[in-house]
Each structure stands twice: as structure tokens, then as C-alpha cells.
Design a protein around this ligand. Sequence first.
Ligand SMILES: C[S@@+](CC[C@H](N)C(=O)[O-])C[C@H]1O[C@@H](n2cnc3c(N)ncnc32)[C@H](O)[C@@H]1O
Length: 362
Amino acid sequence: MSEDLHEAVLPEDTAGAVDREVAEFIRRGRDLHESGRFDKAIEEFELALALAGDNREAVLGHNRAVRRHVPRWHWEMLHDKERADLYDRAIRQVVRPDRLVLDIGTGTGLLSMMAARAGAREVIACEGQPAVAAVAEQIIHAAGHHRAITVVPKRSTAMRVPEDMPARADILITETIDCALLGEGILGTIAHAREHLLKEDALILPSAGRVFAQLVESDSLFRKNHVGDLYGFDLSEFNRLASLEYFDSRLRNHRWRPLSEPMEIFAFDFYRDGPEERRAEFVVSPTAEGRCHAIVFWFELDLVPGIGLTNSPGNPESHWKQAVQCLPDPLQVTPGEPLLLEARHDEASLHFTAVGMREATS
Ligand SMILES: C[S@@+](CC[C@H](N)C(=O)[O-])C[C@H]1O[C@@H](n2cnc3c(N)ncnc32)[C@H](O)[C@@H]1O
């Protein structure tokens, strides 16, 4: 019996009961959306859609919740050919049929499918956002890799062996990296995996990363986080709401001038380092006179020896923009007058403080 016919012969009170159920799922979905629980809202709208696939309120409600829950950068990231090609090359170098692969943060399932294509017979693909995990499962199935890949709809930090995977993995693959390297929590994620999900001699891809920073003069970057007098009004009070931490922006879209050489700020060894906070001080020698508006930073990532990725300003094609931390006020800098810069990172963030000017030493 076709679904249309089935609907047509439903007794009136059954149809009414279905309508009421749909309305209740939609109401619950809206309430959950209002309270910011977008993942739960998605589930309610999906229940409504299972009963009434063309219900416009359910379709729109579902899409609104999905848009809030699933970051838009997925698409730009997936089109970043350099990122995909380099991961693919690195994965082909390390995968062997007899190695159990764990892909943390599988998204669409892309890196897991690359591993399966490279010959892995068993891949565990975990994804912390259930709506994304459900789609990954479909993509993997349609690609014919479902026998090799098992999707686990969980954050890796909630996974255990043997409940979620048959044994500790031989290879970890992960791309849980934001423009400042740490923002998606890669340090804690890998440290947890080393302790609970990986063999002692497991291969970790990426193996290491470094963060570099540079002082820049750029009025237009500063304006992304500051206002003053505009249209005859003093709006500067609004700066109390400005970002104290980094945001992402593409340097090439701004007029900017370097005021220092790039400096290596932190280096991470993913075989060893954990999420513990670290602090470092740098004496920066300005290379030009100017007004320092911001500290711009980026990463270099070693996937395997010889294959690396960067979102440095010199690689404008990368979908990762640069990380930008605007100073509270522009700071005049001059060659010969070194600046003391403090950098701190915690599990998922990185922050700079321009501690002050230092007398030029020798
Ligand atoms: C930057 S995307 C990369 C997606 C995919 N690996 C790719 O390369 O196309 C990171 C994904 O990892 C997920 N994620 C981040 N940390 C995770 C964790 N600890 N466990 C499971 N999923 C995680 C996010 O929800 C997101 O979908």
C-alpha cells in the first residue's frame, strides 16, 4: 500500500491523534530551541518529520536547530583541497590492513573513508554531534565502506574499550583543529585517547604542532573589535563587550603591516603533551615603527614526517583563517624598544598579554 493511500484510509480519530502528536513534537522542539538545546530540538523535530515529512513548521524548525548546532565552516573546510590531499597522503603512508584505526571527530566520515580506501579493514569513526554522526553513517554506507567503518555517535572522551571499540587502536587520525590549533580541544582529546583508546605504541596523526605569532598594525582589524565616535555619538562604551580573546579573520582581506618577525610561541608534541595550562614570556623586538593593533597567530601542523599543513598568512588558500587578538588599545612600538609579551594557553584557548615595554638591553 502506498503511503498516500495509507494516509487516506486512516480513520479520522487516528489522523487527529497523529496531528496532535506532530504538534506536540514541534512544540517541544521549539521550547528546546528557545532554551539553546539545539541537539535535543533536532531530535523532536525529527520525530515530527517521521510522522509528517512535509510539515513546514517541522521542516523549518529542524533546519533552524541544525543551523545552530552544526557549524557552517564544515562546508568551507570540506572544499579545502590542500587539507584533504595532505591528510589523504599522510593516511596512505601509515594505514595497513591489519591496523585498527580510530578517527576522532569524523564529521562527514571523510578521513575514515580515506583510511578505508587506503586499505584499513577496521576503522572506528567517532563524532560528538549526533546529527552529524547520523549523516556520516549514511555517507559511509552509500560509499560502500560500512563494513570497514563503524560510526560511534559520541565524544571520544566518553568512549571506552571494549564498550565502544573492540580494542585499543593502532592509529589515531584526527582533525579537530581551529585557526589557533587548540580551540577544538585537541590537547585534551588526544591525551584522553592516549590514556584510554590507543595502544601504547600507537601512531598519532597529526604528530605535532606549533603556534606562531606576529605583531601587526591594521586599523581595519582593530575596527573588528572596537568602536569610538560614530555618526555624532560616542559608542565606545560598547567596547566593554569586545572580545578579549582571539577571533578568526583573513589577514589578506585587510590592509596590514608587520611590526615584528613571526615568533614560535608554543610547540606541541601530540605523543606527549596534555591539556595542562602553560605560560611563556617573549621579548619581542619590533622590526618597524608603528601602532600595534593586534597579535595575529597561526599554526604549523605535522601530520607525519614530511607532510605538514599551515594557515599562515602566506597560505591564503587555507580555509582556516588566521587567529587575531586585538589589543585593548593600540600600542606604539619602535625598533630598539623591545616589548614583553606573555602567552598563555589552557585546554582550548590561547591568549596574549602585552606586559609592557622593556628597556633595550644590549
Ligand atoms: C574540524 S571537523 C573535521 C571533520 C572531519 N574529520 C574532516 O576532516 O572532514 C571536527 C569534527 O570533530 C568533532 N569533534 C571535535 N572533538 C571531538 C571529540 N573529542 N570527539 C568526537 N567528535 C569531536 C566536531 O563535532 C566536528 O564534527
